[in-house]
Design a protein around this ligand. Structure first.
Ligand SMILES: Cc1ncc(COP(=O)(O)O)c(C=O)c1O
Length: 385
């Protein structure tokens, strides 16, 4: 790929001192670098209650257990998300109910979600899509009104803020991803932020349900430990934490760069027949999009087929993606739950034209201009033929 879809803000020069420490000190797995990475994350997210884990998928699994959700409970989630949001609910024996998206923000529509609430509903799993906040006060009020646990799948939303606060401030549990393409990566990794009263339980669940982490045991504790409940093996390693530490200091600056590039796309594409993601209506000036992804949806009146535009991207070796194939499109999901496209008109309309453009801190203006020109040319060509 001449212009890849994503490029991690990471170099060997930046990562090697951390990796050297992780290997030379002999820990390799969960040790002092994880502790340092967790402290950095806690400072960035303005909380003391962070548990690092091996992926966002693991974070979701642990969260469903820590939230005491039981087989047969219903959970509401958006149709426009990655399979991990759904599969973890399935594996936990929950009954998923899918809400359509809002046609402007492409996040879960709160109206659609509220209609799905029944006497068996126990939780909402909301996904700030691409890093765009939902109307957090309304979402929180909805969950409170119906006594539902509010879980955020913040895989895209590390830097997202709403009314001056990080998103986790509105939720019971928030799950983050440090997958290779994310704004901050540990190659594979994730984290859970939750209330202080749940933190020890979450920590135990992330390591076999052990009453205290191996790190504490080795660092001067006793050999004795207890298993307090059935847990998972989902601890982050020092090797992964080292990769994350190499980016932490530049996280804010990298986010600024993402914001600037997204603003540049918005301006350059404003006269094209494409829809762009709108910020939540009641977002205030103190709110911020993480700009993990820059997604567009080619207008249905554009007379341009999204797949023809994708062909042009492939031909020029310019990276692209589509976020997301809606959950109701997958054969296994259809088979298990019987969801049908007709029940998700807004998601279906968005998806028909959906295309995600390259967006990352090292994308140069020249590269971005190439992406913009190609999109412009392929839309014009499609409209003329
Ligand atoms: C919305 C969403 N949730 C969950 C995940 C899973 O993250 P991980 O790969 O860290 O398990 C992803 C991954 O891309 C995602 O986009």
């Amino acid at each position: 790929m001449r212009i890849p879809f994503s490029r991690a803000p990471l170099t060997w020069e930046k990562a090697s001192p951390y990796l050297k420490r992780a290997i030379d000190n002999g820990w390799l797995t969960t040790g002092p670098l994880v502790q340092q990475f967790t402290a950095g994350l806690a400072a960035f997210l303005e909380t003391e209650n962070v548990v690092p884990v091996s992926s966002c998928t693991a974070a979701l699994q642990i969260t469903l257990a820590a939230a005491d959700l039981k087989a047969g409970d219903e959970v509401i989630l958006p149709s426009n998300t990655f399979i991990a949001t759904l599969e973890t609910a399935e594996l936990h024996g929950l009954t998923p109910r899918l809400a359509d998206i809002d046609s402007d923000t492409w996040n879960m529509s709160l109206e659609s979600a509220e209609k799905l609430i029944t006497a068996r509903t126990r939780a909402i799993i909301a996904v700030p899509f691409a890093g765009n906040a939902l109307p957090m006060e309304k979402l929180q009020a909805l969950a409170k009104r119906h006594k539902l646990t509010l879980i955020l799948d913040c895989a895209h939303a590390l830097e997202t803020r709403y009314a001056g606060k990080p998103l986790h401030a509105y939720a019971d549990f928030s799950c983050y991803s440090f997958y290779a393409t994310k704004n901050l990566t540990t190659a594979e990794g994730g984290a859970i932020v939750c209330a202080a009263e749940s933190i020890e339980r979450v920590r135990a669940l992330s390591l076999h349900g052990m009453s205290r982490a191996a790190w504490n045991r080795y660092a001067g504790g006793t050999w004795r430990y207890d298993i307090v409940e059935t847990g998972f093996k989902a601890n982050l390693t020092d090797i992964h934490a080292g990769i994350g530490l190499a980016q932490l200091a530049e996280l804010r600056q990298n986010h600024e760069r993402r914001l600037a590039l997204a603003a540049r796309y918005e301006q350059a594409l404003s006269d094209l027949p494409v829809r762009m993601q709108k910020l939540t209506d009641d977002m205030t000036n103190a709110s911020e999009h993480a700009r993990h992804l820059f997604c567009i949806s080619i207008d249905k009146n554009a007379r341009a087929d999204r797949d023809a535009v994708i062909d042009a991207f492939r031909e020029k070796s310019i990276g692209y993606s589509v976020h997301f194939i809606p959950l109701y499109e997958f054969s296994n999901v259809k088979k298990l739950h019987g969801f049908q496209e007709v029940d998700f008109p807004h998601n279906a309309e968005y998806f028909a034209g959906a295309l995600s453009l390259p967006l990352y801190p090292t994308l140069t203006h020249a590269e971005q201009d190439e992406v913009i020109s190609l999109l412009r040319a392929s839309l014009a060509y499609a409209a003329a033929t």
